[in-house]
Design a protein around this ligand. Structure first.
Ligand code: UDP
Ligand code: MG
Length: 320
């Protein structure tokens, strides 16, 4: 029978963990009884360097019941890296891994559907939100804009799919071969290939605690997504530069002709404006280039993505 691990990155989630663990345990035990997953299946919480008592709660859960596993990262490395650490640890001991958030925004009922699709032979199953009415207008709007820009820029992302997905062992093995440190899983996973499917679910409100993705982090995440997957921004800047340069040549010719004919030259406003315009564009272009150089710099350093401080995991069957 297939061993399935749930992997849940947690950052300061002490308010939600007791409830999350209770509900997930119920679901997993139900699936075990139905014979869909083996008794060795686990619910693994990855503690992403939380500042609150999250790790204590995880260790306590693990002590009480071996269905819970814990992975403690030595630092806060962000959601994507924490998730990656969890996936790589889980793949060693399982046939398939489902990744999820700690806050129950993603409907847990979809877990069974994920597993059914996996049993049908799918290697990657994406959870896609069928409705987003619980997100604020602002979050929904910005999220859609983000997917639009991402796809226009050439990164193949699935709209309304966050990191709620199932991956088989061999899909995870393929994922482990992607060595970039600037991690954007939603863009990488579709590049893996294999047979995929989609499960639709409703997204709920965060059950407790607050979002760990304030606007600042969301923007950083969006920039990360775009710049890690495409060099189109650089091409656009180059094209713009080309157009502006051609225009300035034409203007030069025009001014030369008007000078020959004897007209007075246009006022200083135009000149000042164009100086500012061009200056601004140059700064923008430099910024974009800087972004890529910065990325290259980070990748060249080849820093480790995460450091696991400790893994709590027991083989024996649950005893209660
Ligand atoms: N998270 C993490 N490390 C971080 C920030 C967030 O592991 O630095 C986890 C967090 O505990 C949650 C998931 O990532 O399980 C998604 O975060 P959140 O629910 O705050 O984001 P939102 O759903 O608001 O986008
Ligand atoms: Mg959330």
């Amino acid at each position: 029978m297939n061993t399935v691990w749930l992997v849940i990155p947690c950052y300061n989630e002490k308010e939600v963990l007791p409830e999350t663990s209770r509900q997930l345990k119920e679901i997993m035990e139900g699936l075990m009884e139905k014979g869909k997953i083996s008794k060795e299946s686990k619910i693994a919480f990855v503690n992403d360097g939380s500042k609150d008592t999250t790790w204590n709660i995880i260790s306590q859960l693990h002590d009480e019941n071996p269905i819970f596993a814990g992975i403690n990262l030595a630092h806060n490395r962000g959601h994507q890296n924490a998730l990656f650490a969890g996936l790589m640890t889980a793949k060693e001991n399982s046939d398939a891994v489902i990744s999820q958030d700690a806050d129950f925004q993603d409907d847990v009922a979809a877990i069974e559907e994920f597993i059914d699709k996996f049993l049908e032979g799918k290697d990657i199953v994406y959870g896609v939100r069928s409705a987003r009415e619980t997100d604020t207008h602002f979050k929904r709007g910005t999220a859609h804009l983000f997917y639009k820009i991402m796809n226009a820029m050439g990164a193949d992302t699935l709209e309304d799919h966050a990191d709620y997905r199932l991956m088989s062992k061999r899909a995870l093995e393929a994922l482990s071969e992607y060595e970039e440190v600037n991690l954007f899983l939603r863009g990488i996973v579709p590049m893996i290939g294999f047979e995929t499917d989609v499960v639709y679910y409703k997204r709920h409100e965060r059950f407790a605690g607050e979002s760990k993705y304030p606007l600042k982090k969301m923007l950083a995440f969006a920039v990360e997504g775009i710049t890690s997957f495409s060099i189109k921004p650089i091409r656009i800047i180059t094209a713009l530069g080309f157009v502006l340069f051609s225009m300035s040549i034409l203007l030069l010719v025009y001014f030369f002709v008007t000078w020959l004919v004897g007209y007075t030259v246009a006022g200083w406003t135009t000149i000042v404006l164009s100086v500012w315009g061009i200056g601004g564009l140059q700064l923008l272009a430099l910024g974009v280039i800087g972004e890529y150089i910065g990325k290259t710099y980070m990748e060249v350093k080849a820093r480790p993505r995460y450091k696991i401080e400790r893994v709590l995991y027991r083989e024996e069957k649950k005893n209660n």
